[in-house]
Design a protein around this ligand. Structure first.
Ligand code: GSH
Length: 217
């Protein structure tokens, strides 16, 4: 059978690519990575494959799935034993809610603190408009960690929600955002998570040849 493919963009800058890739790891699905290219021909090709022209995009068993939460739900359906969502229905609803919240919100945080895995600032002026987003994210994490006991948001094992918030942990680290000890511990948990380590190592050796990517997207 044809191997599944995941079209992704820069490992250094593309937060959505990271989320989609982590979803595949959570599912236990081995994917062949396909870089999304940036010249006009390749964009036309991507448009044929992913009508939104956005990545990540998963191709698996004839299904073409784009948009990160759709990929997560598709993988959960295909690999029900992988534990991508919590078993308990109330925790599962909570997990879906906070995953939806990051999928559709926190735009100030995104533009003020773009993901950049190659840089760490000793200090960085955080745009005041991003503060409510940071506070809300910390409140989400606090509630999850105290309710389910950590170290991941829904307990001992990572779920879809951890994949969704993983890029935020890197933004907090890159821009030395002052957060609570609990949030810091959660950032450390994600940093030590094996798939995250693998992605980080690949990002660090990624060539810096695409100027267009040096902006938030
Ligand atoms: N809502 C989409 C957002 C995806 C998105 O914005 N992807 C960015 C990369 S992080 C993208 O494809 N930008 C255009 C490009 O790289 O050509 C999702 O959940 O997957």
């Amino acid at each position: 059978m044809e191997k599944a493919t995941l079209t992704i963009s820069s490992k250094t800058y593309s937060a959505w690519s990271l989320r989609g890739w982590l979803m595949c790891r959570l599912a236990g699905l081995d994917v062949e990575e396909r870089p999304s290219a940036h010249d006009a021909t390749d964009r036309a090709e991507l448009l044929l494959l992913s009508p939104s022209v956005l990545v990540p995009r998963l191709n698996h068993k004839g299904a073409s799935v784009w948009d990160t939460l759709a990929i997560a739900e598709y993988l959960n359906e295909q690999f029900p034993k992988a534990g991508m969502l919590p078993k308990d229905p109330i925790a599962r609803a909570h997990c879906r809610s906070i995953s939806g919240e990051i999928h559709s919100g926190f735009t100030n945080l995104r533009s003020a603190l773009p993901m950049n895995l190659k840089t760490v600032h000793a200090s960085f002026p955080v745009f005041s408009g991003a503060r409510p987003d940071i506070e809300r994210i910390e409140a989400i994490w606090r509630e999850c960690l105290s309710t389910y006991g950590g170290p991941f948001l829904f307990g001992a094992l990572p779920t879809i929600a951890d994949a969704m918030y993983a890029p935020v942990t890197r933004r907090f680290i890159t821009y030395a955002v002052a957060v609570s000890p609990e949030s810091r511990a959660y950032c450390d948990t994600i940093a030590a998570w094996a798939p995250m380590q693998e992605w980080l190592a690949a990002a660090l050796i990624e060539p810096e040849d695409i100027e267009e990517l040096e902006v938030e997207f």
